[in-house]
Design a protein. Structure first.
Length: 97
């Protein structure tokens, strides 16, 4: 398995639009055959900070995700919403429920 944490800082005026398109991406990503988990988290302390927690069966499934129409739409739509470039941290799950 591969789990990726994606850290996103959103401009305050775009938080609601970011949430809407990100939930669209979440719903469609969960339908992908290799997707195991896709969580969207918003900071309680700073509502402009988000973490996406994506778990795929393997590297191939994670790579296929980045070719899907819903991901490509999300990527293009959120670009102007970001206060800084998003950061990804690929990880290997050691314990997972």
């Amino acid at each position: 398995m591969i789990a990726t944490l994606v850290f996103v800082d959103v401009l305050p005026e775009h938080v609601e639009a970011f949430k809407k398109i990100t939930l669209y991406n979440h719903e469609n990503s969960r339908r992908e055959p290799g997707n195991i988990r896709f969580d969207v988290l918003q900071s309680k302390e700073d509502p402009t900070k988000f973490v996406l927690y994506e778990v795929y069966a393997d590297e191939q499934a994670a790579a296929e995700h980045k070719k899907t129409p819903h991901y490509l739409r999300w990527r293009d739509e959120v670009a102007p919403y970001m206060a800084a470039p998003r950061r990804a941290l690929p990880t290997t799950p050691l314990a997972f429920d």
